[in-house]
Design a protein around this ligand. Structure first.
Ligand SMILES: CC(=O)N[C@@H](CC(=O)O)C(=O)O
Ligand SMILES: [Zn+2]
Length: 332
């Protein structure tokens, strides 16, 4: 028996959503969610209501990232409260609708967890994307998933940055979790990527069930129940989680007219998560010149040459590797 005196308490996660098709051309999430809409047995867990949901049906129909504007940037307070109804861009209308169904964002009525399924053209493997270093529920979930999928691996990208953070679809939930798996071209399904995503989600849902069935925050009642081993669920003791913390956005080199004049260097292409040191090759110009990384220390690039980011003037992002401590958690 173990009772962690400093457990952080969270409400049970009773309402969970799985979003596919936030981007309509990222086919693993679209396909899995469509499958689960037809038959949700695989995603149901005891005591949890899990709703599979196609976030951007118009974009899915057209197999495009978005119709008017990127849905995964649309959940700002301004957009969510914008008047205008039918005159608003489609994705802003859709964001308001999603906020009504799964939110309101930031309120006690909001869904507990939203998993948002994405694919990348970058060679990132399985990546979980978090938005807060202080959400100990999510950090514990990351630790659980990483252990459960061993020897396969799954890295955590922490998108917590004053300028680079954006207003995601999943941000409507109390605990937003992005799941980014690649490489997979836009509009294409690859079985390995599809299966990897499915496995991560299985473990994520198992975690939620175990948390809900686990011991409650310390009370005399809990201690007595614990002595009788009454819990089916698990204890979640303090742990550490390695994360890659978003640090800088790097654009392609451009000429005075804004046209791209170089490509990701072959030494960097497909090397997501590998250390990039000052002086390492970063871009290769069309006439064969190498442009080197000029930062001050080692960084870990990711989203290298992501197709959807050309329009966002981003060739890759740099991250710094850090170890976060997650407190013990219990249900309130
Ligand atoms: C390639 C891609 O769409 N990535 C996602 C990452 C995320 O969900 O945070 C996006 O830019 O919205
Ligand atoms: Zn996406």
């Amino acid at each position: 028996m173990s009772a962690y005196k400093n457990s952080v308490c969270f409400n049970e996660a009773r309402r969970v959503a799985i979003f596919g098709g936030t981007h309509g051309n990222e086919m693993s999430g679209v396909t899995l969610v469509n499958l689960w809409v037809k038959n949700s047995a695989e995603i149901q867990r005891k005591g949890v209501e899990t709703k599979p949901f196609i976030a951007n049906p118009k974009a899915v129909e057209k197999c495009t990232r978005y119709v008017d504007t990127d849905l995964n940037r649309a959940f700002s307070p301004e957009n969510l409260s914008a008047p205008g109804g039918d005159d608003l861009p489609y994705e802003v209308q859709r964001a308001q609708e999603i906020n009504r169904i799964f939110g309101p964002k930031g309120s006690p009525e909001a869904y507990d967890v939203i998993f948002d399924l994405h694919n990348t053209t970058s060679n990132m493997g399985c990546t979980l994307i978090l938005e807060s270093s202080k959400d100990h529920f999510n950090l514990q979930m990351m630790n659980y998933i990483k252990k459960a999928i061993t020897p396969a691996s799954c890295l955590v990208l922490l998108n917590e940055h004053p300028l680079l953070k954006y207003s995601t679809s999943r941000s409507v939930a109390k605990h937003p979790v992005g799941l980014e798996v690649g490489p997979q071209p836009q509009g294409v399904l690859r079985s390995n990527i599809f299966e990897a995503m499915r496995v991560i989600l299985k473990h994520a849902l198992d975690f939620i069930e175990l948390f809900n069935e686990g011991p409650v925050c310390n009370t005399l009642e809990t201690l007595l129940a614990e002595m009788e081993y009454k819990f089916i669920g698990m204890e979640f003791p303090p742990c550490t989680v390695e994360v890659f913390w978003v640090s800088e956005r790097i654009d392609y080199p451009r000429d005075a007219n804004g046209n791209i004049i170089a490509m990701v260097h072959p030494n960097l292409q497909d090397c997501d998560w590998e250390p990039l040191n000052p002086g390492d090759p970063m871009f290769q110009t069309f006439d064969g010149k190498t442009i080197h990384y000029q930062g001050s220390g080692t960084v870990y690039p990711t989203f290298i040459n992501e197709a959807a980011y050309y329009e966002k003037q981003q060739a890759f992002v740099t991250t710094r590797r850090e170890t976060l401590v997650a407190s013990a958690i219990r249900k309130a």
